[in-house]
Design a protein around this ligand. Structure first.
Ligand SMILES: Cc1cc2nc3c(=O)[nH]c(=O)nc-3n(C[C@H](O)[C@H](O)[C@H](O)COP(=O)(O)OP(=O)(O)OC[C@H]3O[C@@H](n4cnc5c(N)ncnc54)[C@H](O)[C@@H]3O)c2cc1C
Length: 423
């Protein structure tokens, strides 16, 4: 590469020396056969080196088409470079919706599923739980197809694959009939309310997100996203567990313009224009930031919030905003929510890695009694053996990677450390 490529946040510069942009699956196969070390880049929204390698990177941005919509089985098949934004618009035109979305529609579907990216909602599994089949090029350049219906455990291992099984060229996702949603932001939810009513609060709507800057014993904002079942339904309740409705649209970071955010104030709109916090075509989040997130079994939610709160004097000076969400249990081996519903505690930091790197071990230590698992695509400092011990299916996943990639062609420093423990 003439110039080193960076991730979206600009905090990570890829080590790879070449970037390829194949336009056909045959070209992908040919590249995989030819290269000795390579990884696929998604839309580069991860904050760490998970997508990197020292030699070759592939971007599937030219493979960005919807392949088929199966109206009988309610499934859509897409190419490996498709991003959520255009996919959502396509599905809406065809009368369909996805079950959930992350805070932003800018990310690629394959990249998001590879790291178990999630949205919020007690009944909503992470985005990878929508995958019913995938097609990828293994290390020998062969096409492999796996489906939930036919390949059982192998499939459950490959979906959150951390980029290690091969180059995902096609994904099939479950869809459902389109629906409308509305979102309302409430301000200043007392921490005591969360302590007393955690389950009621998180189950009060299709998707609920709580934002705090840890400066007071309260949550600055609660974003409540409801499915609109009946457009003529009566008014929503004026308060939400003691929190008051925001008088106008808000950005999760109070000082930032809400222009970048999806419409609020209870106005009904299509699912994909309410479920993410940020709008396609605008900068998501703050743009100048670092992110970390830990997912832990939801029964520890309140204890974990208290544990983080104990560190608030360290957190506040380098934090932009924190978000707390819930994610349903799933069966995907490398998902942090494997066989357990989770609560996710997220941190958007200022862009100061030295300070963040000093603080993360303290947070990880506080969350360790609750088996806090770091988000695969965000920043963490947990030692590799500790990460490995958090995943019951780690040995099976190692075997799966060895099966599709015996020579370690898709193994990068991230996988060597956190999966194989050899670095
Ligand atoms: C502003 C912002 C907001 C975010 N919000 C959320 C959120 O709400 N919820 C959440 O959970 N996360 C969130 N994230 C994190 C983000 O969703 C993940 O890091 C996600 O993995 C990024 O996807 P990507 O397409 O950018 O993939 P990349 O970061 O480019 O790659 C991620 C991994 O996917 C692999 N990969 C990508 N494409 C393929 C393919 N075709 N075949 C094989 N492997 C592939 C890569 O090799 C790598 O291992 C956010 C990140 C940012 C920057």
């Amino acid at each position: 590469m003439s110039e080193r490529q960076q991730n979206w946040a600009g905090n990570y510069t890829y080590n790879a020396v070449r970037l390829h942009r194949p336009a056909t699956i045959e070209q992908v196969q040919e590249l995989v056969s030819r290269c000795t070390k390579l990884r696929v880049l998604g839309s580069r929204h991860s904050f760490n080196g998970i997508a990197d390698c020292d030699e070759d990177l592939i971007s599937l941005e030219q493979l960005d088409q919807v392949v088929a919509l199966d109206r009988e089985r309610h499934m859509v098949t897409i190419e490996g470079g498709v991003r959520y934004g255009p996919l959502c618009q396509y599905l809406q035109r065809e009368g369909y919706a996805l079950h959930n979305l992350a805070s932003l529609p800018h990310i690629s579907v394959a990249g998001a599923c590879a790291t178990a990216t999630h949205g919020s909602g007690d009944s909503n599994g992470n985005l990878a739980t929508a995958v019913t089949a995938l097609e990828f090029v293994n290390a020998r350049g062969e096409m492999i197809s796996l489906s939930r219906a036919e390949d059982g455990e192998q499939f459950q291992g490959a979906v959150v694959g951390l980029g290690g099984v091969g180059v995902i060229t096609k994904l099939t996702l479950e869809v459902q009939p389109t629906f409308n949603m509305s979102q309302r932001v409430y301000e200043n939810l007392p921490l005591t309310q969360l302590e007393d009513h955690f389950d009621e609060i998180t189950s009060s709507a299709y998707s609920v997100s709580l934002f705090t800057d840890w400066q007071n014993e309260s949550f600055n904002q609660v974003w409540v996203k409801r499915r609109v079942i009946d457009e003529s339904a009566g008014a929503e309740s004026p308060t939400f567990f003691g929190a008051r409705p925001a008088p106008l649209d808000r950005h999760p970071i109070m000082t930032m313009s809400a222009e970048n955010c999806t419409e609020q104030m209870g106005v009904s709109g299509s699912w994909y224009e309410r479920m993410p916090h940020f709008r396609m075509g605008f900068t998501p989040s703050s743009g100048e930031e670092l992110q970390s997130e830990y997912l832990l079994p939801r029964q520890y939610a309140i204890e974990a919030v208290h544990a983080v709160n104990r560190l608030r004097d360290h957190i506040v000076p380098i934090l932009q905003i924190s978000e707390i969400r819930t994610v349903a249990t799933d069966t995907l081996w490398m998902s942090p929510c494997y066989q357990q519903p989770c609560v996710a505690i997220h941190f958007t930091w200022i862009n100061d890695w030295l300070s963040v790197r000093q603080l993360l071990p303290l947070i990880e230590e506080e969350l360790s009694p609750f088996q806090g698992r770091p988000h695969w695509g965000k920043l963490f400092t947990m030692p590799p053996p500790q990460v490995q011990a958090l995943y019951k299916r780690m040995p099976d996943f190692q075997d799966l990677l060895r099966h599709y990639d015996p020579q370690g062609k898709f193994r990068n420093a991230f996988l060597e450390s956190y999966i194989f423990g050899t670095d």
